[in-house]
Design a protein around this ligand. Structure first.
Ligand SMILES: Cc1cc2nc3c(=O)[nH]c(=O)nc-3n(C[C@H](O)[C@H](O)[C@H](O)COP(=O)(O)OP(=O)(O)OC[C@H]3O[C@@H](n4cnc5c(N)ncnc54)[C@H](O)[C@@H]3O)c2cc1C
Length: 529
């Protein structure tokens, strides 16, 4: 489609940016994706670069789902569960499949996919794989990368490859191929061998990280090789995912949930460290701060009435335990109860699902902040996904408060306390030049702060366009050059989602800032089959 209407629709995602595609393609199958890639490759060979941006639901908060060339929209038709083995729990999906739909299906088989993002009801599996999405259960289960067994990927030239862990012998076969796939394996294998020590340094001291390319997970010390972890989290900049084979976990709906109110950030942080030190980690360890509670009360006085006590605690933690082994769970719950009671002013423990749902409303209240607007002031996602080593949680929160105070902005903090991964969204009016300048000052100060704390610019939302300019500072120039080389190997003509992840400067993204931030557009306007 080339209608203005369709192009305009896909000109925004969940980020503060806008970029209008020239053409919208709704692929019906992998062959359509191949044809699109071959088309742009052939044009690129003749010097005409037309980018391809793969797109799921477009909830990406960093501008990763925007492009000014071909927009390849998967949820329209490529949205099926291809295979589900109830015995092993392995599931094969098309990228446009809605995450919530998969999760529901898995639940009926007493399975689930643990790294679901908060946006799972309206986002896709393709987006989750490409972003290496993570969420409230990542503390115990890890991020998406750990669940992707294999992928089918359309390369920049339209060739299709299947990824999966290869033995040394299988790798040798790939190295001998005369195709683009062979070239890719040869170049990447050499790059990884020549830079082994440097690549080890890509492992940051955080428990979750989706910035950059996951080079350390490709070639293991046993000589085995797998491109899957590299494509996971690469945001369509190295290849386009047309099928994903995912592992799942047994689902246990019976959980123990604690809600604990703390008088200080310090006390909450001490409890987090103590819970993290236990053998049986909570499956979730989530937080909201007093500023969020105050804001929610102002917006909707009844929303959390009788759920959180007043005066509002500095921090509320929610700690969930869902080990299917009852003995293990009981032990963990006993330890958690002691830790929380030692540090908190009030602790509530619930096993009844309805009572638990009431407590989860505290964490879900962050949606009120995200969706809130005051006149033209909106909560904008510009610094919404920093992550630091969990032991620096208290320092991180304190620094965020200082940053917002010096910018004279209202602050509210929530997120995955157990991972040191916090979400903050300042209220700004992007139609005002002053607020746009303020936004970019805040962006700069915040990402430097996170990097100085030994953290990562993105725990789960990925680099996109927004955080791409900070990748070099985060990893250092030597590793950044490796990222550029990986991009060059997989995408020599720069047709795959250019302007995302690598080779991006702040001056490239500033002009893309939209003047009005909304998420209204995300959920309709699409043929479906
Ligand atoms: C309110 C809100 C809450 C959120 N909470 C979370 C959270 O808890 N955890 C989290 O991880 N994220 C979160 N996100 C970010 C985002 O929703 C997730 O990362 C989600 O998984 C993206 O899915 P999507 O279908 O919207 O992907 P899109 O936004 O369409 O795309 C995301 C990226 O993947 C690429 N891509 C999409 N499909 C393919 C494909 N087939 N092949 C190659 N590349 C592809 C796109 O080019 C883009 O770079 C949140 C966003 C919002 C708005």
């Amino acid at each position: 489609m080339t209608s203005n209407d369709a192009r305009k629709y896909f000109a925004t995602d969940g980020s503060i940016f806008t970029l209008t595609p020239n053409l919208v393609v709704y692929p019906r199958n992998e062959n359509d994706v191949r044809k699109t890639a071959r088309f742009t490759w052939q044009l690129a060979e003749r010097g005409r670069i037309i980018p391809i941006t793969a797109r799921g639901s477009g909830t990406d908060q960093g501008g990763g789902a925007l492009g000014d060339g071909v927009m390849l929209v998967f949820p329209a038709h490529m949205n099926r569960i291809i295979e589900l083995d109830p015995k092993t729990g392995v599931v094969v999906v098309e990228p446009g499949l809605n995450y919530g739909r998969l999760q529901q299906t898995l639940h009926t088989h007493e399975r689930f996919l643990p790294p679901y993002p908060a946006s799972y009801e309206y986002s896709t599996l393709g987006g989750a794989v490409a972003n290496n999405a993570a969420g409230e259960r990542t503390l115990k289960y890890g991020a998406t990368r750990e669940y992707v067994k294999a992928l089918r990927v359309v390369l920049a030239n339209g060739e299709v490859i299947e990824t999966g862990r290869l033995s040394k012998r299988e790798l040798n076969k790939k190295l001998g191929l005369s195709t683009f796939e062979g070239e890719l394996y040869r170049s990447l294998d050499t790059l990884l061998d020549e830079n082994r020590e440097l690549i080890e340094k890509t492992r940051l001291g955080v428990t979750k990280n989706t910035a950059g390319y996951a080079l350390a997970a490709v070639k293991l010390p046993d000589g085995s090789f797998d491109l899957t972890p590299l494509f996971v989290g690469s945001q369509g900049t190295l290849g386009i995912v047309t099928e994903a084979t995912l592992e799942t976990e047994p689902y246990n709906p019976e959980t123990d949930l604690f809600m604990a109110e703390f008088d200080s950030v310090e006390a909450a942080s001490q409890a987090v460290q103590a819970l993290r030190a236990q053998k049986n980690l909570p499956s979730s360890l989530e937080m909201v701060d007093s500023k969020l509670l105050e804001l929610v009360e102002r917006l909707n006085p009844n929303q959390l009435k009788d759920i959180v006590g007043k005066p509002f605690p500095a921090v509320v933690l929610l700690a969930e335990f869902e080990d299917a082994n009852e003995r293990h769970r009981k032990k963990a719950v006993k330890q958690a109860s002691k830790i929380l009671n030692d540090h908190a002013r009030r602790v509530e423990h619930e096993t009844d699902p309805i009572a638990q749902e009431r407590l989860w409303k505290i964490r879900q209240a962050s949606a009120s902040v995200i969706g809130h607007s005051e006149g033209r002031l909106k909560a904008v996602p510009i610094i919404e996904d920093g992550v630091v080593p969990p032991e620096k949680l208290e320092e991180f929160i304190g620094s965020i408060y200082k940053l917002f105070a010096s910018a004279k902005l209202q602050v509210a903090v929530w997120g995955h306390a157990g991972d040191g991964n916090l979400h903050v969204q300042p209220f700004l009016d992007l139609s005002q030049l002053g607020d746009r300048q303020k936004a970019f000052r805040l962006i700069d100060e915040y990402y430097k702060l996170v990097i100085n704390l030994g953290g990562s610019t993105s725990g789960e939302h990925n680099d996109g366009r927004l955080r791409a300019p900070y990748l070099e500072q985060l990893y250092g120039p030597e590793i950044y050059v490796l990222f550029q080389k990986v991009k060059q190997i997989c995408d020599p003509y720069d047709t795959l989602n250019p302007g995302v992840k690598v080779n991006v400067k702040l001056d490239d993204i500033k002009p893309l800032t939209r003047s009005d931030y909304t998420l209204d557009h995300l959920y309709d306007h699409m043929p479906r089959s």
